[in-house]
Design a protein around this ligand. Structure first.
Ligand SMILES: C[S@@+](CC[C@H](N)C(=O)[O-])C[C@H]1O[C@@H](n2cnc3c(N)ncnc32)[C@H](O)[C@@H]1O
Ligand code: SF4
Length: 457
């Protein structure tokens, strides 16, 4: 049980730090010219390998809880022209890149990429294989909804080299799926997992959400128990983010009554207890990995990393070049995000332009702070010496570039959440549940009180 007094004390609005600076700082001053400049300079920056992200914004139907950027359509014409634009965008970006660098990660996200026929996926994968050098052990992943998976579909993914299947389960109980309007799995999750295991080397991730209608602490505990018995390589329990003013369909869930904050916390703790008692390694706040999994090994070696696609290792993640609507390229010194509108994206790309809508040019101090935030959020420690070595900068100069709020850090220490030492800090005990707060102590951009960040735990 996480100490309730500490939860109250640190219950503050802080960023999730999926990126630094957070995406709400991206701005429209970032131009196509900036994007081109950064594409070129990223060829010489570290890490030198390449990550590719492909965004498919389409879903056949809307899950009422959905917080993702998605367009509900089955219109073949819209989808086909989007896929044409996607290929054109890949070709265009590739001309700016030094393609002797290796691709270590390819991630298809959405939306529901696996609701598209293989005839639409394969030409994009063929193009990627044609234009880039793919590392032998590259991670090639797709976020899949089990509602649209068949044996043939999985076989086709394996043939194209996919070696990680991320299944959005959300809940194993029919009554929950019905309440949230989520299509049920085409095949039982157990059967899908067995098929993947027997017919491929692919790792399997399972996504769950707690805080949905019809869920109780007991039912969620049972769900995670059943899921852990399937031995997924990784599992994540997302806290349901209810933002009906932003995602209107979420309003429909209120008629069922939603679990309150206290129940949600107990669901999170139940998930944590089940997964850790089965020997899984907790990663960050709410992810779990098998002990032999690359993420667990990376955490042990302090080589864990994170990008918009989720947790990864320092070895897998590269400069991220992202394609499709809302996709965010993450380079050493800039972020660039495409427009979220399908028609605008397709039109722009087909007119031989980019579809960048916002972005951010990072200055050196922000690159330093990003590294600090990553180390705390992923590896639960901070070593100024190692950080300085990695960024080729003096460690005293690096310290001064961050907020480094001593008083706040001493407070975390007296609460038994971190151990401070000359070279930085270690997150200890329950500190893992407060990593967002700890990271925030180094963030000088947090002065703006008006931004509506979610609560830290
Ligand atoms: C980008 S979505 C795409 C996955 C895929 N479309 C599916 O539903 O299986 C990735 C994950 O985000 C999570 N998610 C979606 N909406 C959420 C919300 N409102 N709050 C918390 N997690 C959410 C779900 O667990 C989902 O699997
Ligand atoms: S399938 Fe995934 S992306 Fe699509 S509506 Fe459901 S949760 Fe959202």
């Amino acid at each position: 049980m996480i100490r309730r007094d500490l939860l109250d004390k640190y219950d503050k609005a802080v960023p999730r730090y999926t990126s630094y600076p957070p995406a709400n700082f991206f701005n429209e001053d970032f131009t196509e010219r900036d994007f081109k400049t950064h594409l070129v300079s990223s060829n010489r920056e570290k890490p030198e390998n390449i990550s590719l992200y492909i965004h498919i914004p389409f879903c056949p139907m809307l899950c009422f809880y959905c917080g993702c950027n998605t367009t509900i359509t089955r219109n073949d014409k819209v989808i086909e022209s989007y896929m044409e634009a996607l290929k054109k965008e890949i070709k265009k970006v590739a001309t700016f890149l030094d393609n002797t660098r290796e691709v270590s990660q390819i991630h298809w996200g959405g939306g529901t990429p696996n609701a598209l026929g293989i005839d639409l996926i394969k030409p994009v994968m063929d193009l990627i294989y044609e234009r880039f050098r793919i590392r032998e052990k590259a991670e090639i992943a797709m976020e899949c909804s089990p509602a649209y998976l068949s044996y043939d579909y999985l076989d086709a993914l394996f043939d194209m080299g996919f070696n990680r299947i991320s299944l959005g389960i959300q809940d194993l109980r029919t009554e929950v799926l019905k309440a949230v309007n989520r299509a049920e799995p085409a095949l039982p999750v157990e059967v899908i997992m067995e098929y993947i295991r027997k017919n491929s080397v692919a790792g399997v991730n399972l996504d769950f959400i707690y805080g949905l209608p019809m869920q109780t602490v007991e039912s969620f505990k049972e769900t995670i128990g059943r899921a852990s018995a399937l031995h997924p390589d990784r599992l994540v329990t997302f806290s349901y983010a209810h933002v009906p003013w932003f995602r209107k369909a979420q309003k429909k869930l209120e008629s069922y009554g939603l679990p309150d904050a206290g129940s949600k916390l107990k669901m999170f703790e139940a998930g944590f207890d089940v997964m850790t008692s089965k020997g899984y390694t907790p990663i960050g706040l709410d992810h779990y990995a098998k002990p032999g999994d690359e993420l667990s090994k990376a955490l042990a070696n302090k080589q864990l990393h994170r990008n918009f696609q989720g947790y990864c290792t320092r070895e897998t993640t590269g400069q991220v070049y992202a394609f499709g609507t809302s996709a965010i390229s993450q380079m050493h010194s800039a972020y660039a995000q495409n427009t979220k509108e399908v028609a605008e994206y397709t039109d722009s790309i087909m007119k031989n332009r980019f579809a960048i809508n916002k972005g951010y040019n990072l200055k050196l101090d922000q690159i330093v702070i990003r590294e600090v935030v990553n180390e705390i959020m992923c590896n639960q420690r901070l070593s100024w010496e190692l950080l300085a070595e990695r960024l080729v900068i003096d460690d005293g100069v690096a310290r001064k570039m961050t907020r480094n709020n001593e008083a706040e850090l001493r407070e975390f220490e007296s609460d038994g959440l971190i151990r401070l030492h000359e070279d930085g800090l270690e997150v200890i005990n329950d500190g893992r549940f407060f990593i967002r707060n700890i990271a925030a102590s180094f963030d000088p951009m947090l002065k703006d009180e008006h931004i509506n960040y979610s609560r830290s735990v």
